[in-house]
Design a protein around this ligand. Structure first.
Ligand SMILES: Cc1cc2nc3c(=O)[nH]c(=O)nc-3n(C[C@H](O)[C@H](O)[C@H](O)COP(=O)(O)OP(=O)(O)OC[C@H]3O[C@@H](n4cnc5c(N)ncnc54)[C@H](O)[C@@H]3O)c2cc1C
Length: 292
């Protein structure tokens, strides 16, 4: 998939049908524990008997989470692994069907099996997902639609073979993906990484073998992230850099414009994805078709 219109949450149909390479399955999981990674980031570690069958490409591996409504013991999700579940889910009462949100596999641990998901909290504009994470307790049930193999259609970070130079940018919602991408880079890679966070303490250690220069920018309306990025010393387009950008939609668009229009990056080498939009829930993005 090459760069295209910035989208909000990725198409559920695409996720449902996955690819010819590896199908997606539904996994019934339970919260094992939660950890406060930083002021704005809550980690939820999930377990389940069939978790051994889950796969991940690492990088920006996206998954769909289904949350129960208040008062429900478990999310209501129609099971079908032939790609038809989405129509069945849409046909259910929105007040009953599991609330669907898109997240990233922060880690898939083995021995014992555990799925790690990091939730960026957004106080003042909480939605069902961030509310659920904040209240999550061991034993709480969650349904996850995730791939069964490492090679699947649910990730976008696909640099051409031989790429050595990377530009990565995003906000807290993209931090799990940035962590996965950085962990996937080889030692000969160089990466310029720009990350916008709410609080200075939201900085995390991001493991990588690459020579990565990470710039953390604390959100400040008087000094916008976009301006800092525009002023950044980034790799010359002649070095064929590959860029990956995700986070708030308008910011993503602005960063992409800077790379392609102002700096002359090859548009095919700039992957970008709007992960959320201010004042808009993921359900609204789906119903207006903006989730693509
Ligand atoms: C491919 C993909 C991968 C993603 N991976 C992750 C991930 O690993 N971790 C993660 O935290 N998020 C991730 N997101 C973003 C996440 O899906 C959205 O933030 C989602 O809207 C959160 O759902 P909610 O129920 O909390 O809020 P919603 O009900 O969808 O929205 C409620 C309100 O919260 C606002 N809002 C939503 N997200 C944010 C935010 N991040 N910051 C500030 N305000 C916000 C909305 O504008 C709205 O006003 C990903 C999105 C995509 C498309």
């Amino acid at each position: 998939m090459t760069a295209s219109q910035p989208t909000a949450p990725t198409a559920p149909t695409a996720t449902a049908t996955a690819t010819a390479d590896a199908p997606y399955h539904f996994f019934d999981l339970r919260v094992l524990r939660t950890e406060r990674v930083s002021p704005s980031m809550l980690r939820v570690v999930l377990g389940g008997e069939d978790l051994a069958g889950m796969g991940s490409a690492g990088r920006d591996q996206r998954i769909k989470l289904f949350f129960p409504h208040p008062g429900q013991d478990a999310p209501v999700v129609p099971r079908s692994e032939d790609g038809q579940w989405y129509a069945a889910w849409c046909a259910l009462d929105p007040g009953v069907r599991g609330i669907m949100r898109t997240y990233t596999t922060r880690d898939l641990l083995r021995d014992p099996d555990a799925l790690v998901v990091d939730f960026a909290l957004h106080p003042g504009a909480e939605g069902p997902a961030s509310r659920w994470a904040t209240a999550a307790r061991p034993g709480d049930k969650l349904c996850v639609l995730a791939p069964v193999g490492a090679e699947n259609g649910g990730y976008d970070f696909r640099p051409p073979p031989g790429t050595r130079s990377y530009v990565l940018a995003g906000d807290e919602s993209a931090l799990p993906a940035l962590a996965g991408i950085l962990a996937s880079l080889p030692p000969e890679a160089t990466a310029r990484v720009w990350i916008e966070v709410q609080d200075p303490a939201d900085r995390q250690h991001l493991a990588t073998e690459a020579a990565a220069e990470i710039t953390w920018v604390v959100r400040d309306p008087a000094a916008p992230f976009v301006d800092a990025f525009r002023a950044a010393d980034l790799p010359d387009p002649a070095t064929a850099p590959y860029a990956w950008i995700a986070g708030e939609s308008a910011t993503v668009r602005a960063l992409r414009r800077n790379l392609v229009q102002d700096r002359g990056y090859d548009r095919k080498s700039v992957r970008f994805s709007g992960y959320w939009r201010p004042g808009t829930t993921e359900d609204q993005l789906l119903t207006t078709g903006q989730a693509a």
